[in-house]
Each structure stands twice: as C-alpha cells, then as structure tokens.
Design a protein around this ligand. Structure first.
Ligand code: BG6
Length: 483
C-alpha cells in the first residue's frame, strides 16, 4: 500500500536522468492519482538555482502537446509541492541542511507518520559518498527507502566492491536497484503470458523451440554521451542488464508465488545455469559515418582509435533440462536503421510429411515501440487447392487495448518502490550472477587478456555489421518469409 506523508528526495535533480525520466514519471503518477497523500518532492544537486529555475527544469520534459488546461493546472499543482536544495555530495553539513529542509516539511504533517524515499539519479563516482551521507545525516529507522540506478560496477569484482560499500549503509530490503526494462509493460506481461496459458507453456522448451533472439535497436548514436559510453560499451549499457533481465524472465521456472523473493529466486536459479559467454559466441561492431551522420570515432568526446563496441551480439546457453542446446542470441546496437526492442522465439521445423517448404512458427513479443505480440502460423490458402501461407495472429496493443494508457517504465517502478514491492527490482545476487556471465568477454574486449578485438564496422543507419546474418544462421535461425 502507499504510505501517507512521504517525502521523495531526488538526488542529481539537475541532471539528465532526473529531467527526462524521474520528474516526468513522478508527475505522471501524480496526474493519475498514484502519489501518496501528503507527498512532497525535494530536488537536490550541486547546481545553485532558485525555485523558478528548478521548476522549469523539472517540468521541461513533461508533455502537454495540446496545451490542455487540465494538464497545465496539474503541472502547477505539482510545482506547488516540489522544492529544491543545492549542496555538495561529499560534505556532511550540506546533508544536514537537506535533513532540516525535510524535517520542516514533515513538521507540517500534523501526524507522526512520515516516510522518505531517496532516488539517486547520480553518476557512479558519487554513489558511495551520497549513500553514506544520507545514511549518516538523513536517516531515521523504518521510514527510508533508496532507489539506485546502474551502472553497478564494471565487472564482477567492481560490482561486489560497490555493493559491499552500499551495504554498509543501506540494508537489502531498503534498497531498490532499478533496471527500467523490468518496468516495461510487455516485460511485466511475460509472467502472465507464460504461466497463464497452457497453449504457450507446454511448448516452452528445447523440444519445441529452435532458437531465441532478444534484440535492442536504437536509431541514434552516442552523440554527446560518448565520454560516458566509451568507458562502458554496449554490453554494459544494454546486454548485461536490460537484455539479461528479459532473458531471465523469459526462461525461469514458474515461481512458487508472485512474491518478490520467489520471483527473484527463480531468476537467479536460471541465470546460474548460464556459463560465461565464449569469445566465439560473440560478434562486435562499431558504427562508421554514413548517410550524412558521423561515425562513433567522429564524436569528440570519444578517444581516438577507440575499439569500444557500439554493437554486440552474444549467444548464451542455459544448461538445464528445459533449455539445454537452445541458443539465446542477445543483440543490441546504437545508430541502427530503426528503434525496436523485441523477443523472437523461433520454433523447430515440423516433420515434413506432406509438406515441402513450410515456414517455421515464430512468436514475436514486441517490447517497443508498438507493443504487440504476434504468432506466425501456417495456414491453408482458402480455395480449391492445398497451398499454404504463413500468416500472423496479431495482438497489437493499440488495436486491442485502444483506450489503455501504457505506463512509462519509470512510473511503474517508482510506484512499486513507494509500495515497497521489490519484484521488479534487481537483487544483489542477480547482479553477481549477471556479471559472472559477462565478465570474461568484457575483460577480453577491455584488452586485459591481450590485444583487444577490433569491432566490425557498420554504417550509421544500417542493420548492423554485415556478418550478422551468418552469425545468426550459425545458431540455426532460418528466415521465415515475412519479417
Ligand atoms: C539506458 C542506456 O539504460 O537505456 C541508454 O544507458 C539507452 O543508452 C536506454 O538509450 C534505452 O532505454 P529505452 O527505455 O529508451 O529503451
């Protein structure tokens, strides 16, 4: 349930993440009536600015395309309970001033009930000092929760170190680690799709499924973010967290219950069956200038000659009775031909019998941009012959649920944190096992095991490196005739 009298403190309030995601999500929740009674929002960051400037920034990404006066009025109300404090991230007296500000708000509540939710929209370099300062200066037992965002380290060792330091200040049940893919509607639907449909769940294994692809495509490069990106690369940015989370929900066994711990136990269990990724199961790319767009290395914030991959395809294997031998191809890239995130499950061939050329069945779960699920089936072409044709049974959300509001991932996750529900947040042992799977290839790519591999070039705006099709075929993928 929602706790009355909650102060939500957004640290890093002048940054991009807060501006683009956190404040719009908080506003969205407010508008839909999902913020607790007596809520107050406090922005905190180093930048000195007055309240007018803060409100301007915090609402700059809130959409009101038709100038709807009702939304405009809501935005004004939202500003009415949002305040700002500036201060350093290292200095404890600044955090004491923040506490004073929070206590002043709480003193107005007229009841002893009060709760604090800290949201760290911060660069990793200040995670620890902020977590420590909050714990030492702004903490009162049983009323606090803290939301943190990736990156959680750069490999297994650095993640353990970071988690260890955070744990000195914040307990696991107070900590909410965001992977915003877990808040996406389609990802949340996986539990229902998989476990509430016998028709699907009975063929959900190595006997029926040939191969699975989980694909992330973005049509823009790292423009302006090259400095950050170059240190991490596409695997740490997308595969190790977002796509692996999707994989774990797609492949885990049915949890004992829908409680957070039961779900996360199953996710950890399936990921523990995945061996570290092999170099030969990896394909890396980097975009080059094309179609009037700059190459990765043209970005001034990127070091010259960087071999950082902006594209990666990696194949994972799950050594358990359900999935042994089924390749799971995780692929992600920047500066591609389209924006698309989807899961594509390709079934095995039917035994030929009376059929000559017959396409495979495929189940596609489109996570974004147009949320949909479609199943490719073979059917007889109507008429007096026996020709077959692959067709799509299509559930496009816009058509089937035309009135529904599909929540933003961050709306859904912040609401979960306000309710104290950890189901869609990443537990410490999930991170550990995720890094174990990726650390060896990351060290290879980082040049820690000899000369680093050279990524294959691909033109900005293309489908990725041209070697990709052969890479996927190697794992048994067969094109069906329409895509
Ligand atoms: C972030 C990555 O975690 O996810 C970005 O750091 C990426 O590089 C973003 O653009 C994608 O999120 P979404 O919700 O737009 O698919």
């Amino acid at each position: 349930e929602l706790k009355d009298n909650t102060v939500i403190i957004v640290l890093g309030a002048s940054g991009d993440l807060a501006k683009k995601k956190t404040f719009p999500a908080l506003f969205g929740l407010y508008r839909m009536g999902y913020l607790p009674r007596g809520v107050h929002i406090v922005g905190y960051a180093r930048t000195k600015m007055d309240l007018v400037e803060f409100h301007k920034r915090a609402t700059s990404y809130i959409k009101n395309p038709d100038d709807d006066p009702a939304i405009a009025a809501k935005i004004e109300e939202f500003k009415g309970f949002s305040t700002y404090v500036s201060g350093s991230y290292e200095d404890s007296t600044a955090f004491q001033a923040l506490t004073k500000h929070i206590e002043d708000i709480e003193s107005e509540y007229g009841s002893p009930e009060r709760h604090r939710l800290f949201y760290l929209a911060l660069p990793p370099s200040v995670f620890i000092p902020v977590a420590k300062n909050l714990r030492e200066n702004c903490y009162a037992p049983n009323i606090n929760r803290i939301i943190v965002e990736k990156p959680f380290g750069k490999d297994l060792d650095s993640c353990r170190e970071l988690l260890g330091s955070l744990k000195q200040h914040w307990a696991e049940d107070e900590t909410f680690r965001i992977d915003h893919y877990l808040g996406k509607e389609m990802v949340k639907n996986m539990l229902v799709l998989r476990f509430a449909n016998v028709g699907l769940s009975s063929g959900w294994d190595r006997n029926s499924i040939s191969n699975v692809q989980i694909t992330f495509k973005e049509p823009f490069g790292t423009e302006g973010r090259g400095g950050y990106f170059d240190e991490f690369g596409i695997i740490r940015d997308i595969l190790q967290n977002h796509l692996l989370q999707v994989l774990s929900i797609l492949t885990m066994e049915r949890p004992v219950s829908f409680s957070a711990e039961d779900i996360r136990d199953e996710k950890v269990k399936v990921l523990r069956c995945v061996p570290p990724i092999a170099q030969e199961d990896t394909l890396l790319g980097q975009y080059v200038a094309a179609n009037g767009k700059p190459g990765y290395l043209d970005d001034e914030t990127v070091p010259p000659n960087s071999v950082c991959p902006t594209y990666a395809a990696t194949t994972l294997w799950i050594n358990n009775p359900r999935w042994e031998g089924v390749p799971f191809i995780l692929k992600a890239g920047k500066a591609l031909n389209e924006a698309k995130v989807e899961i594509r499950i390709q079934y095995k061939d039917v035994t030929q019998g009376i059929f000559k050329e017959i396409a495979r069945n495929e189940l596609v779960i489109r996570i974004q941009p147009t949320e949909s699920i479609y199943l490719k089936l073979n059917t007889k072409v109507p008429g007096l012959n026996t020709r077959t044709v692959p067709i799509e049974m299509d559930l496009t959300y816009k058509r089937r649920f035309s009135d529904a509001h599909i929540p933003e991932a961050y709306e859904s996750l912040i609401l979960d944190a306000l309710r104290g529900d950890h189901s869609n947040f990443v537990r410490d042992d999930e991170l550990d096992v995720a890094w174990r799977i990726f650390t060896p290839i990351l060290h290879w790519i980082d040049g820690k095991m000899g000369p680093p591999p050279r990524p294959l070039p691909y033109p900005y705006g293309s489908r990725g490196p041209k070697e990709l099709d052969a890479f996927i075929r190697k794992y048994g993928y067969k094109r069906t005739d329409r895509q």
